[in-house]
Design a protein around this ligand. Structure first.
Ligand code: GTR
Length: 396
């Protein structure tokens, strides 16, 4: 190989490795510290949980702990009203699907927040189980469908798909469609609904001024809790529609963290799916493999509450870990995915956390699914096919 070519290849390869595994962090299993995990079926004062009633109270306690230590909570007194719904319904894909473009307006005092939903479903009365998940860069990135409006709110920039700033562009249309096999989902009898996470809370550290924080003027919750609030609200809206009777929540990466928190805390989600959600999602924090608390809190200070930051470089002192969050999905359905090269998200830590959550499902019912896709951080048709198989077998 010519020297110049070889240098280019090395640069490309090391860039790839960097993205999967930034240096200066531990990826070596032999260096994982020893640590203790609480059982989801033992209360803080040491009593065993052996029935549904005891679990209900244990689950509430665990959720309060996650609110206080990790995500925060949208204040209960914030009486946010769904004050407007506009729906434009069309027959699409040569008559094979119905597309809804929906705008939900939420009002609090004299302030408003608008969420723009895109959904596709099979034709007919249903009911069609619906997969609800957020996207990063606008609904228009999920499909080449020219009728889907460009997001008008803050979106994640992504030069790779023709979006160099946080403003949606026409060039980005369909740029993320490989993560959204919409036709496959509809063919298999499901509906799918998405919205951009920036509609609920723009993803940058602005001192909790904009999005849901600005609506309710509260700084008591991080952006992950804000996105989870959005997912719960949209779930409530979907569930009263005539064409569906059940809603699954899913998300990739930081949106997988939001999906887990939404799904663990809202028992109306009957299936909860975390894809490559890593630190603060499905991975065990105490392992400190890949992304650490300090790394995540330094880069994304707005995702979690202040209490979580106090455990930077003190993971072993955390009073909880993420398997307890996943246990809170019991007795419903939980599906977790990892990717073998997604080292920053600690795939092994995600798998272990799923296993440590399992006793709650064994006692209470529900079911846990898991797969490790060979490859990198992403959510692909490979993942969806397995999720749909799990849904066919246990959710319908
Ligand atoms: C990374 C972050 C991860 C993950 C990911 C994503 O930069 O460190 O925790 O959330 O972003 O959401 O794409």
């Amino acid at each position: 190989m010519k020297p110049l070519l070889r240098i280019c290849l090395i640069i490309l390869l090391s860039k790839g490795v960097m993205a999967q595994a930034p240096s200066g962090y531990n990826y070596d299993e032999s260096k994982v510290p020893s640590f203790q995990l609480r059982s989801p079926l033992v209360t803080k004062d040491g009593r065993e949980v052996t029935d549904r009633a005891a679990w209900n109270s244990q689950r509430q306690t665990l959720l309060k702990e996650f609110e206080a230590t990790v995500y925060g909570a949208v204040p209960e007194q914030a009486d946010i009203q769904l004050s407007g719904v506009e729906v434009e319904e069309s027959l699409v894909w040569n008559g094979k699907a119905v597309r809804d473009l929906t705008e939900l307006t939420y009002t609090y005092k004299d302030r408003e927040l608008r969420l723009n939903l895109l959904s596709y479903r099979p034709v007919g009365e249903g009911p069609f189980p619906v997969f609800l998940g957020m996207n990063f860069s606008g609904n228009q990135t999920t499909t080449t469908d020219p009728a889907v409006p460009l997001s008008r709110n803050w979106v994640m920039k992504n030069p790779e798909i023709g979006m160099p700033t946080n403003v949606a562009t026409e060039a980005s249309r369909g740029g993320r469609s490989m993560r959204w096999p919409l036709e496959l989902m509809v063919e298999r009898g499901y509906a799918v609904c998405t919205l951009c996470y920036g509609d609920v809370d723009p993803d940058f550290d602005d001192g909790f001024e904009n999005g849901l924080h600005g609506l309710v003027r509260s700084k008591e919750f991080g952006s992950i809790a804000a996105w989870a609030w959005g997912l719960r609200e949209v779930r409530g809206y979907l569930q009263q529609l005539p064409w569906t009777d059940r809603v699954a929540v899913f998300g990739h990466s930081r949106l997988g963290k939001a999906a887990l928190w939404a799904g663990a805390s809202d028992p109306e989600f009957s299936l909860v799916i975390s894809n490559n959600s890593g630190c603060g999602g499905a991975a065990l924090s105490k392992r400190q493999v890949g992304e650490t608390l300090k790394a995540i809190n330094d880069r994304f200070p707005h995702w979690f509450v202040e209490a979580f930051h106090t455990y930077n470089e003190r993971e072993l002192e955390l009073p909880l870990d993420q398997h307890l969050l996943m246990a809170c999905v019991a007795p419903r359905l939980l599906y977790v995915t990892s990717a073998s090269e997604d080292l920053w998200a600690d795939p092994k830590g995600e798998q272990l956390a799923t296993e440590f959550a399992r006793p709650a499902f064994e006692l209470l019912g529900g079911r846990v699914g898991y797969h490790m896709r060979p490859g990198r951080h992403n959510m692909l048709e490979f993942d969806w096919k397995r999720i749909l198989d799990f849904a066919d077998a246990h959710w319908r």
